[in-house]
Design a protein. Sequence first.
Length: 252
Amino acid sequence: MGARLLPALAVLVALVCAGPAAAALSVAEGERHVRAEPLRRLTILASGDLLIHSQIYGRADALRADGYDFRPFFARIRPLVRRADLAVCHAETPIGAGPPTSYPLFNSPVALARAIAWTGWDACTVASNHAVDKGAEGIVTTLRALDRVGVRHAGTARTRRESRRTTFLEARGVRVALLSYTYGTNGLPPPHPWSVNLASKRRIAADARRARRRGADLVLANIHWGSEYVHEPSAEQRQLAHAVLRRGLVDA
C-alpha cells in the first residue's frame, strides 16, 4: 500500500479440506451403510504486495541489458511457490501502461508479469488502492500482460461483462473461486463503476453466493485494506471479515 514496499514473500499458507460431503449414505442388500467421502487437502499459498518502486525496477533494469528482469527477486521463494497446490500473488500496481513510474502513481514493466509466471503463481489479485493509477489503460494493460503469460486474475475488469465473471482455479479436484477487493483507490475515480471491486459486505456476499451457484467448492477473498504501517487489524477490518466468514459465505 501507499509508499512502502511489502516483502514479496509468501505470508500465508492455509490448509483446507474440501469435498462435496463429509459423508454419504448408500443402501446395499437392504441395509443402510455410511460411506465416508475422502477428505481432500489443498495447500494454498498467498504473497504480500508486489509494489514496484523505482529502486526495484531500477535494479531489474540493471540486471538485463535490453529490458527488465525481476526473476532474481523471486528466485529464493520460487521452490516454495511452485510446491503449493495453488499460489496467489497480489499485484498492487498497474503493469505495462507506458514507461515505469513510482509513487504516487505506479506503473510496472511488463517483465513483472513474466516473472510472476516464472515464479509459479497461478493467479494474482489486482484490486488495490493503486489499481486505477493509470486509468482504464492501466487496467487493460495489466490484465493483458497477465493473460499473455497464463496467470489468472481477479479484482478489476476491462468490460462490464468481464466484471460479472467469477475467477475459478482448480487443484486436486477442488474448484476454487478467487475474489479480490480494495478499500479504495486513493481518491482517484475508477473509469467505470465496474472497473475495480470495492470492498463491502453486500458486494462480497453477493459475489460469494454467485460463485457457489456457479459451482465453487471453496471461496477465497482477498481484501486490500488496513492502515499504513499498522499491523494490528482495525475494528472495521474485523467486522467485515467476521461478516463475510459467517454462514460460510467465504471460506478464507
